[in-house]
Ligand binder design. Structure first.
Ligand SMILES: [Zn+2]
Length: 121
C-alpha cells in the first residue's frame, strides 16, 4: 500500500496532486509505524512471559542458582545446564560472577565425568 502510494507520488503530474499524495503517504507510513510498534510490544510481552516461565521451571527443577553480584548487588539467576556453558558475566553490570561460585560448584566437565554426582558405584 505504501509502495503503491510512493509510485503514484513519483508519477504525479502536477504539484497539487503530489502534495496530497505525499500527505496520504505520510499518513500511511504513520499507520504502518504504529502497527509495527504494536507488533513489537506484543512480541516483547510474549518473550518476557516465556522467560519468566523458563526461569520458574529451571528453579522448580533445581537447574539454576541465584547469586548476588559483588559489584551491583543484583540477584542473578543463572542456569546450571550441562548443554550450556556457565555464564560468568553479570547481566546488569558485566562483573565476573565466578568469585561467587560455591567450592563444590560442578562444571560441565565434572558432569561429563560423573564428578559431583552422589552416585556410589
Ligand atoms: Zn552486577
Amino acid at each position: 500500500m505504501v509502495i503503491e502510494n510512493y509510485i503514484t507520488v513519483r508519477k504525479g503530474e502536477d504539484n497539487m496532486s503530489n502534495a496530497s499524495d505525499i500527505k496520504e503517504l505520510q499518513e500511511n507510513i504513520g499507520k504502518l509505524t504504529g502497527g509495527l510498534m504494536k507488533a513489537f510490544e506484543q512480541v516483547s510481552f510474549d518473550y518476557q512471559k516465556l522467560q519468566t516461565m523458563h526461569f520458574a521451571l529451571l528453579q522448580e527443577l533445581d537447574f539454576c542458582e541465584i547469586i548476588e553480584c559483588s559489584k551491583c548487588r543484583e540477584s542473578v539467576m543463572r542456569p546450571l545446564l550441562k548443554a550450556l556453558p556457565l555464564e560468568d558475566g553479570c547481566p546488569m553490570c558485566g562483573e565476573s560472577l565466578s568469585g561467587y561460585e560455591t567450592p563444590t560448584q560442578s562444571t560441565i566437565e565434572d558432569w561429563d565425568n560423573g564428578v559431583g554426582a552422589d552416585e556410589s558405584e
